[in-house]
Design a protein around this ligand. Structure first.
Ligand code: DC
Length: 221
């Protein structure tokens, strides 16, 4: 019998989720859904329109005007590819506040579930295994030490020729971890049935291979 492949990957900022999810997705021909970029897109548009995260009504109306889908691993918002802007520091510094709003989460979770109904997906985020795709047959929780995650983000931003400081990034990551893990709605936690992988001392290929072999084993048994 054909088994649907739905993969949930959760974990803190900078654990390597998106790089790994893209590679695993390619191997099994899955659509990659980066849910963080959806929260970032809301943040980008809200900041552009000067909508504070406490202004629930305006925020909900804004989200309702946002048509989002993924093409070639990237988010398309109202027909436009906005990915270049999504990882800019001013978005990273504000996204946790917008991602904490229950009404925003409900709307984005509904879109994410719709995507997983239509396609075989690999979806990464903070609440995929615990909330969005609770019944996913494959769940992974990817972690790494804050210092290692900060080092990776630093290298990534430096490649983009941005003026960055390691200590600031580390600080930023710790702050974001705190908000993501302590917010009221759907905080970051490992699903009971998720397989935890600590990638602090692993390279990308090793993590990809570990995840792929779990998936292959389950498909073949
Ligand atoms: O994965 P990322 O760093 O691009 O995520 C950006 C922010 O969005 C992060 O602070 C947590 C939040 N987020 C969330 O709350 N739930 C998700 N499913 C994905 C991201």
């Amino acid at each position: 019998m054909y088994m649907r492949i739905i993969v949930a990957i959760d974990g803190p900022a900078g654990a390597g989720k998106s790089t790994i999810a893209k590679r695993v997705g390619e191997k099994f021909n899955l659509m990659y859904i980066n849910t963080g970029s959806m929260y970032r897109a809301v943040t980008l548009k809200a900041l552009e329109k000067d909508i504070h995260h406490s202004n629930m009504d305006k925020l909900c109306r804004l989200v309702d005007t946002m048509d989002m889908y993924f093409q070639n691993n990237e988010l398309i918002l109202n027909g436009e590819n906005i990915n270049d802007k999504l990882t800019l520091p001013y978005i990273s510094n504000n996204v946790s506040n917008y991602a904490s709003i229950k009404e925003v989460r409900h709307r984005l979770v509904a879109i994410q579930r719709e995507m997983a109904e239509k396609y075989d997906v690999i979806m990464d985020g903070r609440d995929i295994g615990t909330v969005v795709l609770k019944d996913a047959p494959f769940k992974f929780f990817l972690t790494a030490s804050p210092e290692e995650r900060a080092r990776r983000r630093y290298e990534e931003l430096k490649l983009k020729k941005l003026d960055v400081n390691y200590e600031n990034i580390l600080d930023e990551i710790k702050k974001r971890d705190y908000i993501d893990c302590n917010r009221e709605t759907d905080p970051l936690t490992k699903a009971e049935d998720a397989i935890e992988i600590d990638s602090t001392n692993m390279n990308i290929e090793e993590v990809v291979e570990k995840i792929c072999s779990y998936i292959r084993n389950k498909i073949n048994n």
